[in-house]
Design a binder for this molecule. Structure first.
Ligand code: SF4
Ligand code: SF4
Ligand SMILES: [Zn+2]
Length: 137
């Protein structure tokens, strides 16, 4: 899977996760289409996610939580802590970067950040290594 073509704007979930580097998105069979995609292959925890289903997002038609004046709310902080601890990635930082630099620049940086230096494949945030050659980040 080529990084350049696979990472784009709709793959950024409202919480700031880049679904393009998620192991469920990257797997070969029955892969998830991302938080903003159809629910078919989405894991249950992503379907009933309290951030994705937040009333404030729905009422205001927000694309991302950084548009909300409660950001970062307790749900976002909890998820951020989990990602920082387990996967060395901050969703709060992602959303702050999108706000300051814009989505295009953010995606450009994401492509550089998650492209394997050895083979150009995609590094999975959850596994911490390249999907293609198993090289660690
Ligand atoms: S499993 Fe969840 S985090 Fe992963 S791609 Fe699907 S919606 Fe995104
Ligand atoms: S930051 Fe705002 S929109 Fe996002 S989950 Fe929290 S309360 Fe809802
Ligand atoms: Zn690689």
């Amino acid at each position: 899977m080529e990084n350049q073509s696979s990472m784009n704007w709709p793959l950024i979930a409202p919480c700031g996760i880049n679904c393009g580097i998620c192991m469920v998105y990257l797997r070969e069979k029955k892969n998830c289409q991302g938080c903003n995609g159809i629910d078919d292959a989405k894991p249950a925890h992503c379907i009933k996610c309290s951030i994705k289903n937040c009333e404030i997002i729905k009422e205001n038609k927000y694309t991302l939580c950084n548009e909300c004046n409660k950001f970062p709310c307790s749900r976002i902080k909890r998820l951020d802590k989990r990602y920082r601890t387990n996967y060395k990635m901050s969703i709060i930082e992602n959303l702050e970067h999108i706000k300051s630099m814009g989505i295009r620049e953010f995606i450009k940086n994401e492509i550089v950040r998650w492209t394997c230096k050895s083979c150009g494949g995609i590094i999975c945030v959850h596994k911490g290594y390249c999907q293609n050659c198993n090289e660690k980040k």
